[in-house]
Design a protein around this ligand. Structure first.
Ligand code: TRP
Length: 336
């Protein structure tokens, strides 16, 4: 009997920061189960990472570490296609073609470009400007049905639609227009030092971001120093408005133990923040321990990781080449 074709899903992750507890509990944790329903492609977006100056050794290390971490978080390389963007040359090639179908005005209006230009005033390079056209290429090469992205990348996916429709309008149906897909969000985790801001990887240097790979003693110290609120109540009670620090710790504790807020309030009744904080820290350490240990084990097995990303690139390249060949023909390039 023939198997029903699964819908295809694709997403890229920039290896420009270390994975945090926030992105794990909020997103990555739920990715493993997607493979049951979808044919999933994930890649490390190293071409995109260099739009901001990177230290070469760090970029290389992070790309490999990120792959190892995703596998340790449950992304099975047998069930998902995992690869490195720069290993599949079709991305850069279609990226160039799509540069020629992306308008200056459109690219100028991208909020990420405006934000990043402001932050990197000394390096507003052309790659930063055409970033969304390369992202459109990443997506359109694979003719995916769905592209899960965070809120900050929605504008880029919308521009991908505009570029794809423009191209299809001229040459016929070359690209599939992917559906927007807002993934089920897990817990929304805030910084431990600034509980009204998201725990982000760009904040990695900050004491408020818990890194997946941090040693237990570092994580314990971060939780002991977590900002709780300067109310006089000193009581573990969920009140996001008035006690964002405590609420954040409760969200984290709930996500790693599976307990409800009511159960947590009961568990810590009559105990102050001083008791609560280290217990949350320990629960996090224990939750992350298997992931950290598995990542470390994988990082020692370079041959295995290499086999994963090589097989991934081969599979990705096979799919990508079909689209690229069609595009080259449509725009009028002479066949090789
Ligand atoms: N720009 C995305 C980000 O910063 C990463 C990315 C690159 C991506 N190419 C992609 C995401 C294609 C989805 C699809 O998060």
């Amino acid at each position: 009997m023939e198997e029903v074709q699964k819908k295809r899903m694709l997403s890229g992750i920039k290896p420009s920061g270390d994975l945090t507890l926030g992105s794990y509990l909020g997103a990555v944790k739920n990715w493993a189960e997607r493979a049951e329903q979808y044919d999933c492609f994930y890649f490390m977006a190293d071409l995109h990472a260099i739009t901001v100056r990177q230290n070469p050794q760090d970029l290389r290390r992070r790309t490999l570490e990120q792959l190892a971490q995703y596998i340790a978080c449950g992304l099975d390389p047998e069930k998902n296609t995992l690869f490195v963007q720069s290993h599949v040359h079709q991305h850069a090639e279609l990226g160039w073609v799509l540069d020629c179908y992306s308008m200056f005005g459109e690219l100028s209006r991208m909020t990420q470009f405006k934000d990043k230009s402001a932050k990197n005033a000394d390096n507003i390079n052309a790659g930063l400007f055409t970033y969304p056209a390369l992202m459109a290429a990443d997506i359109l090469l694979y003719q995916p049905d769905l592209v899960p992205v965070g809120e900050d990348q929605k504008q880029h996916v919308e521009l991908t639609h505009v570029i794809a429709r423009r191209f299809n309008g001229i040459y016929g149906d070359v690209f599939k227009i992917p559906e927007p897909f807002v993934p089920k969000v897990g817990a929304r985790i805030m910084s431990l030092t600034n509980p009204t801001a998201k725990m982000s990887k760009s904040e990695s240097e900050d004491a408020g971001s818990v890194l997946l790979m941090s040693p237990p003693e570092v994580i314990m110290k971060q939780f002991k120093r977590a900002i709780t609120d300067s109310d006089t109540e000193n009581c573990v009670r969920y009140d996001k408005e008035n006690k964002p620090g405590v609420a954040n710790l409760m969200t984290i504790y709930s996500a790693v133990t599976g307990q409800s807020y009511d159960q947590i309030e009961e568990e810590f009744a009559g105990q102050g923040y001083g008791k609560f904080k280290p217990v949350v820290g320990e629960a996090v350490v224990e939750h992350l321990r298997p992931i950290r240990e598995e990542t470390q084990r994988l990082l020692k097995d370079k041959a295995y990781l290499e086999s994963v990303y090589q097989a991934g690139a081969q599979k990705a390249s096979y799919v990508a080449e079909k689209t690229l060949r069609k595009v080259y023909k449509k725009v009028g390039f002479l066949a090789k």
